[in-house]
Write a protein that binds this ligand. Structure first.
Ligand code: SF4
Length: 279
């Protein structure tokens, strides 16, 4: 099998390559990631992959395209769905195109290793793209080795990025700092009776704040998005089921519901912060 593997970065490639090599498959790595910004970050990730591919003696092809403007133009109207609507497809489609034109007969992606990506969306999309280009779709659930791969990458001293890739994911990863910078301007702790959906990473909650006597409390109404919560459950338990989800969530709420700080900007609740235990 002549396999072309779309490769998002060196740390994610570690386990995927090890696993495929164990199976006797030698993939060619294909770098095409116009979703990584700003340029110095793009360069750092690309150069790390170059360095790693030479270190382990694997063929790697670098399709250069730093695409900040093009990327932003294509995602700006629906930022929430940018991963599924644009980012995955543009990279996977280009991988398939290159594979077809250059004599490869199968494709896969290192995106399958990350518990932080929309695994099922990527799986369906790549399957469809492979069919379109008449290529074999090689699927492995590499997530089982995510930690192992990341640990090995760290031991090897590879550059480890702190966010997914685009400027919007960079903003999310730094949200706490942005909010604490603004905190000095915020003194209005007026609690409004409104239902607010937060893009809070663990877990994804729907919250309804309300006032109870002197104490501000929060009633948590949770409507977990399976794809968001599942990855945390899987990291801990290696499998997903509804019962574990419920148990973990109840535990999380029991431990954390009293240690909450509400952050408002004007009247809008923008952030729920957890207090430290000893506060
Ligand atoms: S968060 Fe990651 S996958 Fe989603 S659009 Fe940004 S770079 Fe792409």
């Amino acid at each position: 099998m002549k396999l072309l593997m779309h490769t998002c970065c060196a740390p994610c490639s570690v386990y995927c390559i090890d696993k495929l090599r164990e199976e006797g498959i030698e993939p060619t790595l294909y770098w095409y990631n116009p979703n990584i910004h700003p340029y110095m970050e793009y360069k750092a990730r690309r150069d790390t992959l170059k360095q790693y591919s030479e270190m382990i003696n694997i063929k790697a092809i670098f399709e250069e395209e730093y695409g900040l403007k093009e990327f932003c133009k294509n995602v700006i109207n629906d930022l929430e769905n940018r991963c599924s609507n644009y980012c995955y497809r543009v990279r996977l489609e280009q991988t398939a195109k290159y594979a077809k034109e250059n004599g490869y007969d199968a494709i896969t992606t290192t995106l399958f290793v990350s518990p932080y990506q929309k695994h099922d969306v990527i799986k369906e999309m790549l399957k469809e793209i492979a069919e379109k280009y008449e290529l074999e779709f090689v699927y492995r659930d590499f997530r089982e080795g995510f930690r192992q791969g990341q640990n090995k990458a760290r031991e090897l001293g590879l550059y480890m990025q702190k966010y997914c890739g685009c400027v919007f994911s960079e903003e999310n990863s730094n949200y706490d700092h942005i909010i604490s910078d603004k905190k000095s301007q915020i003194h209005e702790n007026k609690i409004t009776e409104q239902k607010i959906r937060l893009n809070w990473e663990v877990p994804n909650l729907e919250l309804r704040p309300y006032k109870n006597g002197n104490k501000e409390q929060i009633e948590f109404i949770y409507d977990l998005k399976k794809e968001v919560y599942q990855k945390y459950v899987e990291e801990i338990y290696g499998e997903w089921n509804e019962e574990i989800q419920k148990k973990l969530f109840d535990k999380f709420m029991k431990e954390n519901s009293k240690n909450i700080e509400l952050i408002y900007i004007k009247d809008e609740l923008v952030r729920i912060l957890q207090w430290k235990r000893n506060r």
